[in-house]
Structure formats: C-alpha cells, structure tokens
Design a binder for this molecule. Structure first.
Ligand SMILES: [Zn+2]
Length: 214
C-alpha cells in the first residue's frame, strides 16, 4: 500500500519530464489560463475518466463528477460549476455523461435503506418513478438497468437546461448547447443519446423559463 502511494509521485515526475520533452512550454502555457469549450458532468466512477475517453488534453474540458452524474437543483457544488463554466469560461457544450454498469444507478434500483446515500439516490429513484411505465415494461433486469442509465442522463440534461445561466446565455450568445452521452465500459465506446436540445429547451420553457426578470 505504502509503495503504491509513493509510486504516484515517481509517476508524476516521469509525466512532467515526458510533457516537457514533448513541449517545453506545456506548463507555462497551461498555467496562464484555461479556455475549455466543454463542461463535462460525469460519474465519480474511477473507470470513467473525462479527458481520456474524450481524447482531450489538460485545459480542454472543465469537469464535475459525482455519484451517478446528477444535476440536483439544490446542490451548490454542481450549480456553481455550471455557473462558472457558462458565465466565465463561456463553454460551448455542456455534456452529461452516464455509463453502463453504474453502481449508483444500480443501488438506486434496489428499494432499501442505504443510509447517507438515501437523499442523493432519491433523485435517481425519482427519475425511475417519472419513467416507471417504460422501465417496468422491460423484462430483462440488465436491459432495464441500462435504460435507466440512459433515461437518467436525459433527465439530468433537462436539469441543466432548467438553469437560468444556460437559458440566458443560449438566447444571448447561441451557446452552450446541452448533450447527453453514455459511456460503455465494456468496449470503451461513447454513445451520443442525440437529445434534441432545441426541442427540449422549447418544451421545458413553458414551465421553467428563467430568461425574464421579475
Ligand atoms: Zn457511475
């Protein structure tokens, strides 16, 4: 255990040498500013690493991760990240990325007491309830689980669209657009759920329009 901990710092040194070897200005350039086009909201799962699966370098994607890639209305953490990404970094895309084999989604599908995780997973359970008909019609438990992963991404995309920052910025500047993806751990493939951003934005504006002042 002690050895593997120390190895991290040895690996870091090697990485610095490698990056400097490839580009002597790499760190000097990165230290000056970040200018990412993407905000990625994903799961904390150690197997799903935003930069690697997107093929992006440090500085190219702003990242927020939590259990089951949730965008919860009263979570100051994710709301602050969205606010900063939209108003200060001017990101062009906000991506909610779920993944199959998600432990958070699986836990939420079991109706039992999970202690401190209860209030967090309640948000996933609420997504299940909203789409109960479709999900209950899927006979295979594995397929139902996979479908909940996808539906949860869709609902979290709507939660992003419900924020005032995203609505106002989109109408004023034409960005950010919101996209939903699912990452397949078995094959390493990213799948675009092709959520129709304009359609969803127009649809939810009926109730959640926050572009007007009081
Ligand atoms: Zn997960």
């Amino acid at each position: 255990m002690e050895n593997s901990y120390k190895k991290i710092f040895e690996a870091n040194k090697k990485w610095v040498e490698k990056m400097n070897g490839e580009n002597p200005d790499f760190f000097a350039h990165l230290a000056k500013e970040q200018n990412p086009d993407y905000l990625y909201i994903g799961c904390s799962d150690s197997r799903v690493h935003a930069n690697e699966i997107m093929g992006l370098q440090p500085g190219e994607v702003f990242v927020h991760r939590n259990i089951a890639n949730m965008v919860v209305n009263n979570d100051l953490n994710v709301l602050s990240v969205i606010n900063y990404a939209v108003e200060h970094l001017n990101v062009k895309f906000i991506i909610v990325c779920g993944h199959y084999n998600c432990g958070g989604i699986k836990a939420a599908m079991q109706p039992k007491d999970l202690g401190i995780l209860n209030p967090w997973l309640r948000n996933v359970r609420d997504v299940y309830r909203l789409h109960e008909k479709e999900l209950d019609n899927i006979a295979s438990p594995d397929e139902r689980y996979n479908r909940l992963v996808e539906i949860n991404v869709y609902e979290q995309c709507l939660n992003v669209i419900k924020t005032a920052e995203v609505q106002k910025s989109y109408y004023e500047k034409g960005y950010p657009r919101v996209a939903g993806w699912v990452y397949d751990l078995n094959e390493g493939i990213l799948k675009d759920l092709n959520i129709d951003f304009e359609k969803e934005l127009n649809r939810i504006r009926k109730i959640y329009d926050l572009t007007k002042e009081k």
